[in-house]
Design a protein around this ligand. Structure first.
Ligand code: CLF
Ligand code: SF4
Length: 492
């Protein structure tokens, strides 16, 4: 399998166009499926066209394509109890993170620079740092300037929904195909425990009235988007003992109104962030509480499980953040768009992707036919849908459930720091990585040393690099067959 490997990591490290074309020409494809469409059979062509390159709307696309955010919209019209205005909008961004605010002109310079250097780039999102619909003039000016320079880039927006109905027609006119609304409740009584106030029609509302208005505007915005064929993702922050028992109802209500995806995100609450919840000790959910809720919602609106709660200035594949490489002080004063790298990368992905889907489909069928009990497998990957990262370099692991239901992506686990620092393993880091992997049965990676392997085995976690560079689902299926059929192999 490794003979066919396309070196996706080369593309993110600034390789030249000639290198990429050389890589393309030497990558013989062994599968008869090469070039076949990865479109699910039950998905209409026009929907597939909108999501196939969007890393958030398609779990499969997130192995290949990158998004970037520009922090052009600092103003906000509501207060959420998990937000501190010093930081970015926590409805879409990891709390406690501050972005460099940009004017629309600076944002254009940044997007063009990233598009020239990050061939995976497919989507420009505006996710704050306040509310993109409330700070509308800057959002609109940015989208208009960028789509003039890079016509094929997808435009994406995230909003709390209060000002959304005022701008739906303009969004449709600008060909914005993807909108995220954060909807944490459909019962305003629950809303009173999440939103202390809103600012609407030139006045401030509090209490039940505030949540009632917000709820009505969110539902109206969602219905308007659906009526115009704009794909809507609903984000919900799971807040234990506040809305955790209510989010199943939210899931079914947003499905009724046409939501394309439902992304249930864990509350991240820390006193250091200075938020109401952080300061009052409101906890976030555990990994298993989140998974249980997601499982309860299955059968309703489709769930997104690969969200990384990224920054309002994030750049790169979802599991990575290259934002610090593109700060204002590093941008050239004058830039012009060169599409060649992005075009070459798309050729490569088109070839690789059909192969990946075929391998995945057959691996899942094999597992469904033979598996008897589910296990959790963590994967070290740099993208491309392959096991291609050393254990010691991983900053996160993608988690899959393998069993009678096939192979399903169920989330990710971030680690504080990569285990391998400058060529040496850090014992303290390994302890925290092992704690992060609690409940995981096995880790598949491209390489691992004997010492960490032994420590993980002592914690009950099997690690192997025997499937290096294989497609993730195919490797998991083969690992399951090898180890569950012959348990002694687990300690190999
Ligand atoms: Fe950005 Fe959001 Fe668009 Fe994606 S992010 S505006 S839909 S382009 Fe994606 Fe990041 Fe999760 Fe958001 S992983 S926080 S869901
Ligand atoms: Fe903060 Fe976003 Fe809520 Fe506004 S909508 S208060 S920026 S989390």
């Amino acid at each position: 399998m490794s003979g066919d490997l396309l070196s996706f990591e080369d593309f993110s490290s600034g390789s030249s166009l000639e290198d990429m074309r050389a890589e393309l020409s030497k990558s013989g494809c062994s599968s008869s499926s090469c070039g076949s469409s990865a479109r699910p059979q039950d998905m209409p062509e026009e929907v597939w066209a909108k999501i196939k390159d969007h890393p958030c709307y398609s779990e499969e696309a997130h192995h290949y394509f990158a998004r970037m955010h520009v922090a052009v919209a600092p103003a906000c019209n509501i207060q959420c109890n998990y937000c501190n205005r010093k930081y970015d909008c926590a409805n879409e961004s990891r709390p406690g993170v501050v972005s460099e605010k940009l004017t629309p002109t600076q944002a254009l310079r940044k997007v063009v620079t990233v598009a020239n250097e990050v061939p995976q780039l497919s989507v420009l999102g505006i996710a704050g740092p306040g509310d993109a619909c409330y700070d509308w003039k800057k959002t609109k000016a940015t989208f208009e300037a960028v789509s003039k320079s890079i016509p094929d880039i997808k435009l994406c927006i995230s909003t709390n929904g209060l000002a959304l109905p005022d701008h739906v027609d303009e969004l449709a006119g600008m060909n914005v195909d993807h909108v995220t609304i954060t909807i944490n409740m459909v019962d305003p009584k629950i809303g009173t425990r999440i939103y202390p106030w809103i600012f609407y029609n030139h006045r401030r509302y509090t209490g039940l009235e505030a949540s009632q208005i917000l709820h009505e505007r969110q539902m109206l915005g969602l219905e308007m988007l659906t009526a115009r064929g704009i794909l809507t993702k609903v984000n919900s922050v799971m807040i234990p003992s506040v809305n955790d028992q209510h989010l199943e109802v939210v899931n079914s209500e947003v499905k009724k109104r046409g939501a394309f995806l439902h992304n249930i995100m864990p509350l991240i609450s820390d006193p250091a962030h200075g938020t109401h919840y952080g300061l009052t000790g409101q906890r976030g959910p555990t990994h298993s509480e989140l998974k249980e809720l997601q499982d309860r919602c299955s059968g309703g609106a489709n769930l997104m499980r690969h969200c990384r709660q990224c920054r309002a200035d994030a750049v790169g594949l979802l599991g990575e953040d290259r934002g610090q490489e593109f700060t204002l002080d590093q941008l050239a004063a004058d830039v012009s768009y060169d599409p060649s790298k992005r075009e070459a990368y798309r050729e490569i992905v088109a070839r690789e992707r059909g192969d990946h889907v075929a391998a995945k489909t057959s691996a899942i069928a094999d597992l469904k036919a033979t598996a008897d009990k589910p296990i959790l497998v963590a994967i070290a990957t740099k993208g491309g849908g392959r096991i291609n990262q050393h254990f010691g370099h991983a900053r996160e692991f993608q988690v899959y459930e393998a069993g009678p239901g096939g192979v399903t992506f169920i989330g990710h686990r971030k680690v504080e720091d990569a285990y391998c620092q400058g060529g040496f393993g850090e014992d303290a880091t390994l302890d925290s990585t092992i704690a992060t992997l609690a409940g995981i049965d096995a880790v598949l990676c491209a390489k691992i040393g004997d010492c960490p392997k032994k420590d993980l085995a002592a914690a009950g976690i099997t690690v192997t690099d025997a499937y290096a560079f294989d497609y993730i689902e195919a490797a998991i299926s083969r690992f399951y067959a090898a180890t569950m059929a012959a348990p002694a192999a687990l300690s190999a």
